[in-house]
Structure formats: structure tokens, C-alpha cells
Design a protein around this ligand. Structure first.
Ligand code: 13P
Length: 338
């Protein structure tokens, strides 16, 4: 089995999932504002260090997605942060996209930047220990959008990125995110996501990407945040699984969802309900940012004396999602911990 395939399988190993800790400096700044912490290189390091030193990483976390600043940082005692991650038995990963800009021809929509120079950056990340990467395409739902231009351009960029990663022996996380912002219902999200996934897999094929060596990171089929009617857990699970079965070949080893603005417990309940519908052709797990980190961030609030309780909060969410990735979560476990 190739290194790519081995690592892709490790990323979606049974009972484990991915910690997305790759917030850009701007995004982590917003999260820190909300908890009253000044965002500096050191505070960002301290916060990420506390996560990577959480004991539960060993049991429930298969990989950690890092931002460029973080991958080069050392812990307070001089140990590289990537070493903390590998010591916990997880794979370090790196966000390689450079954010978004207005899409020419469809100025209300976004295209992801970062292909220029990527072939030169990837070997440096590999040398530092990265074994997988992430690139996020953003698709908004609204009046008259997404356009074909947006769906196609983002799928094409994802495929170019994925092919470059595989050439550097780095597993690409392919993340086309259909945003939850908006008033659309679950069926509109389903339709748009199906289109986006079909376009993405067509472009991956044209680019010669080996599906055994990728991990797909999609959104779930879910109603927009401002929708008149929320879909129930069972409906989200059934529609998401049906959508994925229609679009994702079984040679893809695993699918690791983004949380996209769902509450912590919603993100866990949805993942669990999907796995209870199994057996499924691929591993279904998590690659959550907010749904893993909201609780530890709040518990930490930038104070040294809160590090242990922040680690407990992260361990709890990691364990809940680890169980959900096996379809073994029960809601009562949430109360036990509280
Ligand atoms: P969320 O789980 O907060 O959506 O973040 C995951 C991620 O990496 C988005 O690109």
C-alpha cells in the first residue's frame, strides 16, 4: 500500500477524527476577542499547545490541521508543536490555501487562492512533518447562486491542489464547503452539495488524483442557519448519507465532516446518527474546528489556571465525537460530563 493510502486510512481510523486547528490569524483573533484574550504569537501558541498536550488526543484524534504560523512554532519548553502531535500518535497536517477573493465574472462569489508556488511550499511542509494538507473551497447559496462558474472554478482549484499534494506524498483533504449561512432549506442544500460533489469528483478524475489517497471534507445536508424550518437529526443523517452515496466513490477511504456553524452537540448527534445507518462504503468521521474548540476556548479564557479544565473540555468533545464516528454516542453521556 502506498504511503498516501496508508496515511489517508490513518486519518480516518476507527473511533478517531481530525482536530481542525488551522484558523488563520484573523479568524483565531475573532475567537480570542470573544473570550477576552489578546491574540499574539505567544497566546496563539499557548492555546494550541494546551490542546496538543491533551491526553485524549491519543485515543480520539488521528490528525491535526495546522496554520502556517503554528507548524513552525515550538512549545514553551522548546519542543516543536509538530512533535507534540506525533508523540500523541496523530498526523500533523497543514492548511495550504491562502483564503478567498471575489471570483472574476461572479463578483458576489468566492474563489480560493494559493495555487501559485504551492509545488515549492509542499516539500518544506513535508520535511517539517506534515503528512496531509487542507484546501477549502467556499460555495454560498443565495438568490441566483451558486453559479456554474463558481462551482466549476472551485472544483478545478481543489483538483489542481489535490494533484500537487499527491505529487509531494501529502494526502489532500478535499474540502468543498457549501455554507450554512442563509435561509435555504435542507433540500436546497442537498441539491447544491450534490452538484458541487459531482463537479469536484469529475475534476479530481481529470487531474489524475488517486481517490485512495484523499480524504473528503464536506458539509452535511442541512438547512441554512436562518431557515424557517430546521431539519431533525434523523433527516439530516438520512439525506446526507444518501447524497454521499450518490456522489462519493467507495475507493475514497473516508469522509471527515466540517461542523460549519452547527452547535457542538448537533455536530456530534448528526455524525452519530449517520454511522448508526451503517454499514457504509467509507469511514464517516469528524474534522471539526468550532464544534471541538468552542468549549475549551471558553473554559481557558487565556488563563494558566484554566488549562486543565480547557483540556477536560476538549477531551470530552473529542470523546463524544470519537463515539459518534462509531455510531456509539448516547445523549446521556453529555449530561454525565456536565
Ligand atoms: P468548522 O468545523 O468550524 O467548520 O471548521 C472546520 C474547518 O476546517 C473549516 O475549514
Amino acid at each position: 500500500m502506498s504511503e498516501l493510502e496508508k496515511n489517508a486510512r490513518r486519518m480516518v481510523a476507527a473511533g478517531k477524527g481530525i482536530l481542525a486547528a488551522d484558523e488563520s490569524t484573523t479568524t483565531i483573533g475573532k475567537r480570542f476577542d470573544a473570550i477576552g484574550v489578546v491574540s499574539t504569537e505567544t497566546s496563539r501558541r499557548d492555546y494550541r499547545e494546551l490542546m496538543f498536550r491533551t491526553g485524549a488526543m491519543k485515543e480520539f484524534i488521528s490528525g491535526v490541521i495546522l496554520y502556517d504560523e503554528t507548524i513552525w512554532q515550538d512549545a514553551a519548553d522548546g519542543t516543536p508543536l509538530v512533535k507534540l502531535i506525533t508523540d500523541a500518535g496523530a498526523l500533523p497536517g497543514i492548511k495550504v490555501d491562502e483564503g478567498t477573493e471575489a471570483l472574476p465574472g461572479s463578483p458576489k462569489e468566492l474563489i480560493t487562492k494559493g495555487l501559485d508556488g504551492l509545488s515549492k511550499r509542499l516539500p518544506k511542509y513535508y520535511e517539517r512533518g506534515a503528512r496531509f494538507a487542507k484546501w477549502r473551497g467556499v460555495i454560498d447559496i443565495g438568490a441566483g447562486i451558486p453559479s456554474h462558474n463558481c462551482v466549476h472554478a472551485n472544483a478545478h482549484a481543489l483538483a489542481r491542489y489535490a494533484a500537487l499534494c499527491q505529487q509531494a506524498n501529502i494526502v489532500p483533504i478535499v474540502e468543498p464547503e457549501v455554507m450554512m449561512d442563509g435561509e435555504h432549506d435542507i433540500d436546497r442544500c442537498y441539491g447544491v452539495t450534490e452538484w458541487v460533489l459531482n463537479e469536484t469528483f469529475r475534476e479530481l478524475y481529470y487531474a489524475g488524483v488517486k481517490l485512495e489517497g484523499i480524504v473528503l471534507k464536506p458539509n452535511m445536508a442541512i438547512a441554512g442557519k436562518k431557515a424557517a424550518k430546521r431539519a431533525g437529526v434523523q433527516e439530516v443523517a438520512e439525506k446526507t448519507v444518501r447524497m454521499l452515496k450518490n456522489c462519493v466513490p467507495p475507493s475514497v477511504p473516508g469522509i471527515a465532516f466540517l461542523s460549519g456553524g452547527q452547535s457542538d452537540e448537533e455536530a456530534t448527534a448528526h455524525l452519530d446518527a449517520m454511522n448508526k445507518l451503517g454499514p457504509l462504503p467509507w469511514a464517516l468521521t469528524f474534522s471539526y474546528g468550532r464544534a471541538l474548540q468552542a468549549a475549551p476556548q471558553k473554559a481557558w479564557s487565556g488563563k494558566k489556571e484554566n488549562v486543565a479544565s480547557a483540556q477536560r473540555a476538549l477531551a470530552h468533545r473529542a470523546r463524544m465525537n470519537g463515539l459518534a464516528s462509531l455510531g456509539k454516542w448516547v445523549q446521556g453521556l453529555e449530561k454525565e460530563a456536565a
